[in-house]
Write a protein that binds this ligand. Structure first.
Ligand code: FES
Length: 117
């Protein structure tokens, strides 16, 4: 006999996702990540790898908490998240005033690999 532990709570409220205090969506788990939910609402979010290793989508969290569906490989401050690999755990307010990460741009990295030595 196996033991099944259910962690899904059908009575949990869908977290409200806001940007700079303006509510933009209810996260109802129809998309697998916060990035997909923002894009579904036609919000433009800069992203590259979409898998937590480039840092392109990194944004500041003004309030709230996220849970990662994929462990991020980018160093994050306590008040930052990667929308491409997380979901909101509580109501969340994001800053989203993003400038692309100077640490790694995939296209620059590919060009460097192609450069002759
Ligand atoms: S798009 Fe690369 S970490 Fe989010």
């Amino acid at each position: 006999m196996s033991l099944l532990i259910l962690t899904y709570n059908p009575y949990k409220k869908a977290p409200i996702v806001s940007i700079k205090g303006q509510p933009v969506l209810l996260f109802n788990n129809k998309q697998s990540t916060l990035l997909e939910a923002l894009e579904f609402k036609k919000l433009e979010v800069f992203s590259e790898c979409r898998n937590g290793f480039c840092g392109a989508c990194k944004t500041k969290i003004n309030s709230g908490e996220v849970t990662y569906v994929t462990e991020p490989l980018v160093e994050l401050a306590d008040n930052e998240c990667l929308p491409c690999c997380c979901v909101p755990e509580t109501n969340i307010d994001l800053d989203m005033s993003h400038t692309p990460s100077p640490t790694l741009n995939l296209f620059d990295a590919i060009d460097k690999v192609k450069e002759p030595v």
